[in-house]
Design a protein around this ligand. Structure first.
Ligand SMILES: *[C@@H]1O[C@H](CO)[C@@H](O)[C@H](O)[C@H]1NC(C)=O
Ligand SMILES: *[C@@H]1O[C@H](CO)[C@@H](O)[C@H](O)[C@H]1NC(C)=O
Ligand SMILES: *[C@@H]1O[C@H](CO)[C@@H](O)[C@H](O)[C@H]1NC(C)=O
Ligand SMILES: *[C@@H]1O[C@H](CO)[C@@H](O)[C@H](O)[C@H]1NC(C)=O
Ligand SMILES: *[C@@H]1O[C@H](CO)[C@@H](O)[C@H](O)[C@H]1NC(C)=O
Ligand SMILES: *[C@@H]1O[C@H](CO)[C@@H](O)[C@H](O)[C@H]1NC(C)=O
Ligand SMILES: *[C@@H]1O[C@H](CO)[C@@H](O)[C@H](O)[C@H]1NC(C)=O
Ligand SMILES: *[C@@H]1O[C@H](CO)[C@@H](O)[C@H](O)[C@H]1NC(C)=O
Length: 406
């Protein structure tokens, strides 16, 4: 009695266990997710232990269908059958009929289209009228974003990338922080043909900033990024140019003034170009010394004076007069009227010197060059006048001199 109850209990437990196993195995088939790249083939894998039954393949049907449901592919009574295939999947599905018996129910979808995204394919197997779902495969469609290109103009930076799927946010990062979403203006366009996205994002930047633009593909777990170090702004470059343009002439002018003051010999040549230099001073010594030509001495009997002149020497000479009749007596400066001028064109000196004379005097004019230590001189003899009465002043002078001489 006890034994019978025990056997019943074990039987019930076993039945429940088997039921649970069967329910689990049939209503929770192998679920998988695969990634399909746009334009490329994707394998929807489905592996079952084996199909080897006495009635395979004649009493066997296999269906691949999505959740709509639309039929992707059909294998029936030993052949592939396309009558029920949905147009959307036409020419894009392949199975390996040779491997079906060994349980390989995988289907190849080629090429993947953006509209295949989130396609869930179920594989149903019907053997001898017994239906079972073998697999459930979901396709996540993806495409890589291109490495972003950065275009910097007028303190705004535009990051552009294209050909990616699915759509995702561009992120911006500087050396110490990630920019907020509102700091960027993002524009996304979807290519009508391929369904891929072009994304461009624009931010305002500051000079010297090292800024990175990144686009993440969550399906491929792939990040594409590019960075740029913002150059100094054009405005600052212009400012710098202006400063240089203003400072350079000032420096040149200052240098010129300093040189003028420090090296007076430079002034002469610069005086014509720059009006900053004062007149040259007589103690100019750096110019090459120049010999004075022998002076000419002319006698004016009307005024009873002798004039000595020469020009083209350097530096300023010392002019003296001597009178032979008085034992080569040198005239005192107050007895002599001398005018020495510097010619600004040639930079050389002209000498003009005049003394009063009396008849029969022998006067000599000496021009001494202090640098060359050279004297040039000329002598003239004042001959007696033949027309004494025509010049009362001269007669007076003459009388005086005669008296003086005597
Ligand atoms: C499938 O391929 C055949 C032959 O290559 C072609 O005639 C047909 O238009 C294609 N069907 C579709 C839906 O692409
Ligand atoms: C199943 O068949 C597909 C081709 O349809 C093949 O690529 C795959 O490797 C096969 N799987 C196994 C486990 O043999
Ligand atoms: C960068 O942006 C400027 C202004 O928006 C545009 O004229 C230029 O063609 C762009 N350059 C590139 C390489 O995209
Ligand atoms: C990042 O650095 C910049 C200058 O280098 C500074 O002005 C800013 O406050 C910093 N931000 C954070 C969040 O540390
Ligand atoms: C960039 O700066 C301009 C002018 O300062 C402003 O109008 C624009 O909104 C800014 N752009 C962003 C994304 O903050
Ligand atoms: C996306 O970008 C590519 C490459 O720059 C371009 O050829 C294509 O026309 C763009 N598509 C759209 C919709 O903007
Ligand atoms: C700018 O930042 C990027 C990314 O952090 C880094 O690889 C690069 O070396 C930096 N460049 C400079 C010049 O700092
Ligand atoms: C994504 O890739 C990074 C490295 O590139 C890796 O560390 C991480 O584990 C990946 N995440 C996933 C979910 O695969």
């Amino acid at each position: 009695m006890v034994c019978v109850h025990l056997k019943m209990a074990v039987g019930i437990v076993l039945a429940v266990l088997l039921y649970v196993i069967s329910v689990v195995s049939s209503t929770h088939p192998k679920e998988q997710t695969v990634v399909g790249i746009i334009g490329q083939p994707v394998l929807l894998p489905c592996d079952r232990s084996t199909l080897a039954t006495p009635n395979y393949p004649t009493k066997t049907r296999i269906y691949w269908q999505d959740l709509t449901p639309r039929v992707l592919h059909v294998f029936k009574d030993g052949n592939e059958e396309y009558v029920h295939q949905n147009l959307w999947y036409k020419n894009r599905t392949t199975i390996n009929t040779d491997q079906l018996a060994s349980g390989n129910l995988s289907l190849l979808l080629n090429p993947v289209n953006v509209r295949d995204n989130l396609l869930t394919c179920k594989v149903f197997l019907i053997i001898n009228g017994v239906n079972s779902q073998e697999c459930q495969i979901t396709v996540n469609v993806a495409a890589s974003y291109q490495k972003p290109t950065l275009n910097f103009t007028d303190m705004t930076l535009v990051c552009t990338t294209h050909g990616g799927f699915p759509e995702h946010q561009v992120t911006w990062r500087t050396h110490n922080r990630t920019l907020e979403r509102h700091e960027a203006v993002t524009k996304t366009t979807q290519d009508p043909g391929t369904g891929t996205y072009n994304i461009s994002s624009q931010v305002n930047v500051t000079e010297g900033q090292n800024i990175t633009c990144s686009i993440y593909n969550p399906i491929l777990n792939e990040t594409q990024s590019n960075f740029i170090v913002i150059p100094a702004s054009k405005e600052e470059n212009h400012l710098l140019k202006w400063i240089l343009a203003a400072v350079c002439p000032l420096v040149v002018l200052l240098t010129a003034v300093v040189l003028c003051v420090k090296y007076p010999n430079l002034r002469k040549s610069w005086r014509k170009m720059i009006h900053c230099c004062p007149e040259p001073e007589p103690e100019n010594t750096a110019q090459e010394p120049a010999r004075f030509p022998t002076p000419s001495v002319t006698v004016n009997k009307t005024n009873m004076n002798a004039t000595c002149s020469t020009q083209g020497g350097y530096p300023q000479p010392v002019v003296t007069w001597t009178i032979q009749d008085r034992g080569n007596h040198t005239l005192d400066p107050w007895e002599v009227q001398t005018n020495i001028t510097l010619d600004s064109e040639s930079g050389l000196y002209s000498v003009w010197s005049q003394v009063n004379i009396t008849e029969n005097q022998t006067v000599t004019c000496h021009i001494f060059n202090p640098v060359l230590r050279e004297t040039v001189s000329n002598t003239t003899i004042v001959s007696p006048s033949k027309s004494i009465n025509t010049d009362p002043a001269g007669a007076c002078d003459r009388t005086q001199h005669l008296i003086f001489m005597n």
